[in-house]
Ligand binder design. Structure first.
Ligand SMILES: *Cc1c(COP(=O)(O)O)cnc(C)c1O
Length: 411
């Protein structure tokens, strides 16, 4: 791709302001890589774990070892890692259904959970948690922070599970720091010790040196086609945490009589292992790209989140545009700068599980994988593009030049 001199210069200048942030990120990646490497070594991962399995999958050592490696990485007792989980939404859903019982109450403490969970929690007549007699309460963040007083007031006899969303979702807010999640976990347990703290960890893995399970989350849930799949895992989700809770979720994933004793995968598990191994590095490539995009678009007058110079707590970059046209031009530019389906023009459309029309740019090897460079945005005011991913920093840098050029042309 070819760019005008002034575009190249804007991006180069922005990059030179990122150096300190990049150095910090490299240290985080190094520590996480070591953590992952140790988990592989401690579990004696070998070629035999990559083998294809079929049928029931009893004693599937590829599956079982993968679960153990994940558990170690998260410093958790147990994990479910499975290509049989179809997405992050599915993983979160089985976790909620596995842990909540009729008469229980779920309390969301970081505002509304991710859009696709709305029908899961509150749907009418679709087998939602509400249909099963599970009630729901929500406390919104105030200026991006937990509202401790309101949370204290919301906890009652029925409160069984407190739900925290680490990432920002489709909101103009920053993601939550893992340490803040630790604080809220302790706060809640001091009020009611048997409450389960569940964290939607999507987009958060390896952004920091620690994970929510290391600071008090009882269970953390995510997608394998985001950070932790390293761009290699072809599908799937994970649930990690306390053994008792992970077991309950396993009974929901398969059946109360079999849990994680079964489940085969005819393509073999190499990609999940290799993806996890690459994930600390790939996540940092994506965050470096996110920081660069932030500097670039800030320098030409757009608001971005997080603010330039501040730490990233998930891999997403929010960029606020003035018009729908600019937003769409931006998403289309991301698509055009992709290695796959660059000839496709994204349009806003009705997506299952989302309230507004959504435009999605994802010219990805793994369909819809948002650890690969991608952008999506509900079509609503204010016009915010949520950009994330990038398997290599170089790709994101090229895309930054192309996106800048396209948006300025559409201004
Ligand atoms: C991606 C995501 C999910 C799950 O989405 P899927 O598209 O179903 O994988 C849930 N929560 C957050 C914060 C997410 O980013």
């Amino acid at each position: 791709m070819q760019f005008e001199e002034k575009i190249i210069k804007t991006v180069q200048d922005a990059e030179s302001r990122c150096r300190d942030s990049f150095a910090k990120l490299e240290q985080i990646a190094l520590e996480n890589q070591n953590k992952v490497l140790d988990a592989f070594r401690n579990n004696n991962v070998g070629q035999r774990h990559f083998a294809q399995t079929n049928g029931y999958g009893y004693d599937d050592i590829g599956r079982d070892t993968l679960c153990r490696v994940f558990a170690e990485v998260f410093r958790a007792e147990s994990a479910i890692v499975s290509p049989l989980i179809v997405s992050g939404t599915h993983a979160l859903t089985i976790a909620l259904y596995g842990l909540l019982r009729p008469g229980d109450e779920m309390l969301a403490v970081s505002g509304a959970p991710y859009d696709t969970l709305k029908e899961v929690i509150l749907g009418d007549g679709n087998g939602s948690l509400k249909d099963f007699g599970v009630s729901y309460r929500q406390v919104d963040l105030v200026n991006g922070a937990f509202d401790y007083d309101a949370i204290r007031n919301a906890i009652n006899d029925k409160t069984k599970l407190v739900f925290v969303g680490r990432s920002r979702g489709y909101e103009w807010r920053d993601a939550l720091d893992v340490r803040e999640i630790g604080k809220i976990a302790k706060f809640v347990k001091d009020i009611k010790s048997d409450v389960i703290i569940m964290c939607d960890n999507c987009y958060g893995e390896f952004v920091d040196k620690i994970e929510p399970t290391q600071v008090g989350a009882d269970i953390a849930v995510g997608s394998l086609i985001k950070n932790i799949g390293g761009g290699i895992a072809p599908s799937g989700g994970y649930v990690v945490g306390k053994k008792q809770y992970v077991d309950q979720v396993a009974y929901r994933l398969t059946s109360p009589s079999i849990g994680m004793e079964v489940g085969s995968y005819a393509y073999g598990y190499r990609e999940f292992y290799q993806g996890l191994f690459l994930a600390p590095h790939v996540t940092m490539q994506a965050i470096k790209g996110s920081i660069l995009f932030g500097e670039v678009f800030d320098s030409v007058g757009y608001k971005t989140m997080p603010r330039p110079g501040s730490d990233c707590k998930d891999i997403i970059r929010s960029i606020m545009f003035d018009t729908e046209e600019e937003l769409i031009a931006f998403c289309r530019a991301v698509q055009k700068a992709s290695p796959v389906d660059s000839n496709v023009t994204p349009f806003p459309w009705d997506m299952p599980g989302y309230e507004h029309q959504v435009i999605m740019a994802a010219g990805t090897f793994v369909a819809g994988a948002s650890i690969e460079l991608s952008a999506d945005s509900p079509i609503k005011k204010p016009y915010i593009a949520y950009l994330q991913g990038g398997l290599t920093y170089e790709h994101v840098k090229i895309a930054a030049m192309y996106c800048l050029q396209s948006v300025l042309e559409n201004k």
